[in-house]
Design a protein around this ligand. Structure first.
Ligand code: SR1
Ligand code: MG
Length: 410
């Protein structure tokens, strides 16, 4: 019999069944429990436990001392204290948009949530070319509620500073500082660039002093701009979706940072899906339909975000100076500019750095994959360098279309 109340250890599937039986009061006494480790992320272990009799199920997420992707990342396993607290907090800010948390265990460094078995991971669904017409509306509601309501625009400043302190997240921020803002932009040994791409990356990224200067400015903004309580890793793999609703998971990178980070991240991953569709869907009609859906979604995310943020600001702003003419527009413009930059950084880092995306790695034809990788890099660079000119959804689409046309002409 394992002891769960004194000594942390990384659980195997059979330990999790024992844990559920001894530490939780969730299943019936006669439950017939099965457990499967279903995590496919870079950091943690995720177990689904199902009672075969009642079909009730739950999820247990446990943090290890090292990231799954590489032992180079030693992390304190209590990081999922932040994650479980953030989920509970986000559920207050944006009710129904995150899974319910049943328990956090500070000894075993795990937490228990509702199972989302009637949802799919959005990245996987998109890679099967499923379309979700409500997504832009849903994600922008979540973004506005979490980003505006936690900012100094709404939150009394003393409370907000306490929140900044409470959710300081140095280890996970260090990963982002290294993997997103630093390593992809020089010839870092930890990068993982395919051989056919190295010369291209050297020419377009590492040797472009104008670009790397901008990444330095952006890195310092990320480290110092405590604007909103951000999710910090909001890609389509962190979203569960079905025809009616979304659930946002995995906020372990959460901290007070630039609000545009979450907006830009989600756009970047829709662009990765776009590149996957562009280079893999053979049927002309289906490809056009899918790419149009993604264009519309990207454009709507930016434009709906701006409208909802602005409307919510009018209703919820408490800080005196937010009422000055022009300040709201200045503030929203700066979020979109930051979103453009983060979109660009993410597009570059998922090609050059250690952590890749399935949208690109699953392209089996090597010529197509290289073409998609080059497109991501050129797009990424443009979104970073041109961020000052990007104001609304149509600007994102303009850059996407121009880059696509110029690359396809070659
Ligand atoms: C060491 S973790 C690598 C990446 O996986 C996470 O999902 C974050 O995106 C991080 O940058
Ligand atoms: Mg994650």
């Amino acid at each position: 019999m394992k002891e769960f109340t004194t000594q942390y250890f990384i659980m195997k599937e059979h330990d999790v069944i024992e844990y559920v039986k001894t530490m939780l009061n969730f299943f019936n006494r006669d439950a017939d429990l099965t457990c499967k480790e279903i995590g496919d992320g870079n950091l943690n272990y995720v177990f689904r436990v199902i009672d075969q009799r009642s079909n009730k199920s739950l999820i247990i997420k446990q943090a290890g001392e090292y990231a799954r992707i590489s032992d180079e990342f030693k992390l304190s396993p209590n990081r999922n204290r932040i994650e479980s607290e953030i989920l509970e907090y986000q559920n207050k800010l944006a009710p129904g948009f995150v899974p319910r948390v049943y328990k956090y265990d500070s000894i075993m460094n795990c937490f228990v949530t509702e199972d989302l078995s009637n949802y799919q991971i959005m990245k996987k669904a998109l890679l099967n070319h499923k379309m979700f017409p409500l997504f832009a509306d849903q994600i922008t509601t979540f973004l506005v509620k979490t980003l505006l309501l936690t900012s100094d625009v709404v939150e009394p400043h003393k409370n907000k500073k306490m929140m900044v302190q409470r959710y300081v997240n140095p280890e996970l921020c260090a990963i982002t500082e290294d993997l997103v803002y630093t390593e992809p932009f020089y010839d870092c040994p930890r990068n993982d660039v395919s051989e056919v791409l190295v010369d291209f990356v050297r020419e377009h990224i590492w040797e472009d002093s104008r670009l790397v200067l901008e990444t330095a400015k952006l890195k310092f903004e990320f480290m110092t701009k405590a604007q909103s309580l951000i999710h910090g890793d909001l890609h389509t793999g962190s979203i569960f979706i079905n025809a009616d609703s979304i659930k946002i998971i995995d906020p372990e990178f959460s901290f007070y940072g630039p609000a545009g980070y979450d907006v830009g991240n989600i756009i970047a991953h829709l662009i990765f899906t776009y590149l996957n569709g562009l280079y893999t869907i053979q049927d002309n009609f289906k490809r056009k339909e899918f790419l149009n859906y993604l264009w519309t979604t990207i454009e709507e995310i930016i434009d709906l975000f701006k409208i909802k943020f602005s409307n919510s600001w009018d209703l919820r702003a408490t800080e005196q100076v937010t009422k000055y003419v022009g300040f709201k527009e200045y503030y929203i413009d700066s979020i979109i500019r930051d979103a453009s930059a983060v979109c660009g950084l993410e597009l570059c880092r998922r090609i050059i750095g250690i952590a890749h995306v399935q949208d690109i790695t699953s392209i089996t034809n090597t010529t197509s994959r290289t073409a998609a990788e080059k497109a991501a890099i050129i797009l990424g660079k443009t979104f970073i360098l041109d961020r000052g000119t990007i104001k609304d959804g149509s600007d994102f689409i303009r850059i996407l279309k121009n880059t696509q046309n110029s690359l396809l002409e070659k």
